[in-house]
Structure formats: structure tokens, C-alpha cells
Design a binder for this molecule. Sequence first.
Ligand code: GLP
Length: 260
Amino acid sequence: MEVVVMPSYEAMSLAAAKLVADILNAKPNAVLGMATGSTPLGVYQELVRMHREEGLDFAQVTTFNLDEYVGLPRQHTQSYHYFMHENFFRHVNVSPGNIYIPSGTTSNYRSFCDWYEQRIKDCGGIDVQILGIGSDGHIAFNEPGSSLSSRTRLKTLAKSTIDDNARFFDRPSDVPIYAITMGVGTILEARQLVLLATGANKSQAVAAMVEGPVTSMTTASALQLHPSAQVFLDESAASELKMREYYDWVKIKKPHAPPV
Ligand code: GLP
């Protein structure tokens, strides 16, 4: 796992966006794994800017989103369908037929989840998966206790996640209790993982993910098992890390390492 601490949210977002753009430039038909939440918004804004100003091309790209609330129709302003459309897809040239987001309104979740897994495989697997982290250390909606080999499935949200998300809804009782989410095992199969975290309220989850044991109680700790995972942090999200000096040392020295 490579831990990169950047001086600000903006700097962190630009660095992660550049990484995605480099992958896209090398492989124009890359499969991108998308995440929702406020954290990746800066990455999406930078990718949109690159598309407009530098011609970054999404015409051949396929995307798979991590998760969706159960029960919210796609036009609901808090659905992840709506979020992705508003914040990214309507600003770039991804072909609508190449956009996959789990359905929160299917009549058969089991078969939808199987189909979603199969679509990822049929599209060649995810080249780079963007991730955020919940304050309880979850990735996507893989709450504490989720199997580290879990696949796309229906998940009951933790009370802390429901509370975290309540700020986006008119009434606490409007917050969905269930979600459909890629599993930890699904996420680990992406060729590259890029996780972003910002703010002091993520610092404990980040420390548990990076320096704690690999445990289903912090599903983000599964990134330790991945051969190519990068974690981009701002100063406050990094504030609880014990090995901080080493991460900064690597950042300085890595560009001068012999080519691999
Ligand atoms: C939700 C999403 C996660 C996201 C998390 C943190 O739980 N399912 O994918 O990482 O929120 O969101 P934020 O970036 O807004 O803190």
C-alpha cells in the first residue's frame, strides 16, 4: 500500500485525478470503478476539467459504481444514480450504455447482483477503482463484519452510517436502511485501487485501515492485501498515522528509485 499525504484536499484530488487520467491515456477503453460521497468530488471536477480543456476522452470508457441505496428511484436527488449523473456523467462523454450503477429498485436483488458481477467480468474487470472510506472504516457499503471475500449483495447499513448520511435527507426516517454494494472481494479484484480520505473525522478509520490489522471490522483494511493500492490523504485525515515520516520519505525518494 502506498500512502501519499498531500497538503490540501485540492492537491490530493488533483494527484488522484492525474493517476486516473494516466491510466485512461494509456488505455482509452479502461474500465473505471466509480465511488460516491463528498470525498471524490474534487477528482471528478478535475477529470471534467481535463475533459473540457485537455481533451481527456471517455468515449470508450466503461464505468461501474460501487453501490446504491435500496428503495431510491434513480431520479431521487439522494440516489447515487443522480449523484453520478449530476457530478460527473453529464459533464463528460462516457457513452450512456457503458455506465453501470447498481439498481436500488430491482425486483430480484439476488439475480441483479449476480448479473452485475458477471458484467464486470465480461467487460474485462475494473482497471482502477476509486474509493472513499466511511467513518467506521467501510469501503463502498461493506459495513464492519462484512466478509473480506464478499461479492455484490444487499447489505443492511450500520446505524452509524445511517446517522452519517442523515444530513443529506429531509428527515432521519427518510435515510435508506439497505443498500446494494460491491463486496470487498469484488473490489479487491480491481487491478488498481485508489482510496481518498479527507478531514479529521476520517483519521481514526484511516489509521485502522493503513496501520491496523487486516480485519472485517475495518473493511478498508483489506487494501493491505491488494498488490497495487494507493491511499491519498490530506493532512487532517493523516493525523493519526504513526508511520507518517516513512510515507513522506517514500514520497521524496520514490521518483529517484531505479526504474521497475
Ligand atoms: C458512503 C459510501 C462510501 C463513501 C462513504 C464516505 O458510505 N457508500 O462509498 O466512501 O459514504 O462518504 P464521504 O466521502 O461523503 O465521507
